[in-house]
Design a protein around this ligand. Sequence first.
Ligand SMILES: C[S@@+](CC[C@H](N)C(=O)[O-])C[C@H]1O[C@@H](n2cnc3c(N)ncnc32)[C@H](O)[C@@H]1O
Length: 492
Amino acid sequence: MNNLELLKVYEFDNKVRYGINTDGGYVLGEINNISDINNTYDCYISAGVGDEESFTRDFINKYNMNEYNSFCFDGTVLNYPYQYTKKISFIKKNINIFNDDDNSNLDFLINKYNNIFLKMDIEGGEYPWLLYINEDQLNKFKQIVIEFHGITNDSFNCNYNNKIKCLEKLNNTHYLIHAHGNNNNFVVNDIPNVIELTYINKKYFKIIPNLNTKLLPINGLDFPNKPYTDDFNLCFYPFVNLEFLNIQMCKINSIDTMFNLNIDNLDYLKIEMIDKITSFKEKEATELCKIMYMNKSDKGSIDIFNAKHNYTIFYQHIFKDIQYNNLRIFELGLGTNNINLPSNMSSNGRPGASLYGWHEFFINSKIYGADIDRNILFNTDYIKTYYCDQTNPHIIKNMWDGEKDLCDEFDIIIDDGLHEFNANVCFFENSIHKLAKNGYFIIEDLIINEIPLFNDKINYWKNEYKDLIFIILQMPSRINTFDNNLLIVKRF
Ligand SMILES: C[S@@+](CC[C@H](N)C(=O)[O-])C[C@H]1O[C@@H](n2cnc3c(N)ncnc32)[C@H](O)[C@@H]1O
């Protein structure tokens, strides 16, 4: 589908579900808190009834509506299913763009009421009706829950361009605050072909809301239309804000920044590699998340998007193919629990946490580490650690040159030490020669304000080190927009 921006979902915290927990129930926004003006609805319209009206029942009960201000329309059913509610007037007509014995364009209600709630599921009839009504009329609708049919193509007696016009029209007057794919149908390029959308009129917002960052579908609020079948995942643009859950943007930035793209010097090998590195889809806690969490390292957690750092979803992606190889892995920063040292892990810290974690994940590899705190250095059969101060080039050089076990190159080098720009640069420039071909050098916890400094430095490094590629990855997190960032360097 083109015009994806028309399906951008905006943030709205106060969502509830009315109706059954399958086809027929919908998620709506409780708008009571976002406006000073009259909070209630003066009219409820259910367009398309079928035999299931649990949503209408719940809405009418909640908002204390009655048969004088609640109306339902469906020319295809003999009787209204009054077992759900009797507080509604049934009009046995279909929604259309004109009025006659069998059809209604809803004008008589739109002209009379100003704060209407509309629930509409009319098998494609939504398009001609939306094309027919004008903006003033649309503005009479305070909230709309609507199922769009065949939104990705020409179908349901409406061509694709007209469907897009309907979305445009709604976007002029309303904010889309919720989307849920109907899994009775199919997806086209990840976009559900039949989709339930919830709109709230813009006039009830004091400021333009942010884009939605909550995962969709929402656990406990959304349910599959087709029971016992997985709901469609909508955790990507335009439904969920890119910066949180989608890495595509970083990918584009990094290509732009690193290679000054122009047609003459396009380096497909580099681009392909960047694409591979950044196209990770892991959106749930991975094996490595669990391992690092259990070992008390803060590289990842089980609740990945509410953790301070969640590098382990990314690490799983890039390391899974080499997990059982015989690698040499080095990490700077063991995690001191001496609270007087900078970048400590508090008195509860477990020195060596991530090294133990790496050993558990890379079972055939040799793990090495270093730290400025001599008191926490340790050795086991499979882990060896050394003294290093990453702010001092001589000490770094002495470590690399003076230790027999550190002579050979490394497949992975991670800087999780002091987390200061100059210290990162010092360690990188005095250690990058230790990185093997195809190896990764990763600097963790880049502070967001220092990313411009890193970008400048990378512009210099990319000329110095022609066999390296550089990618800055801003990892998605709900709670950490400060330093949940990685610089990934790969030698090719
Ligand atoms: C965040 S902790 C490392 C956590 C560990 N990697 C983990 O995931 O469990 C940072 C470590 O960097 C060490 N550090 C601080 N300044 C340093 C320096 N100048 N050179 C080397 N290590 C330093 C601290 O002593 C501390 O142990």
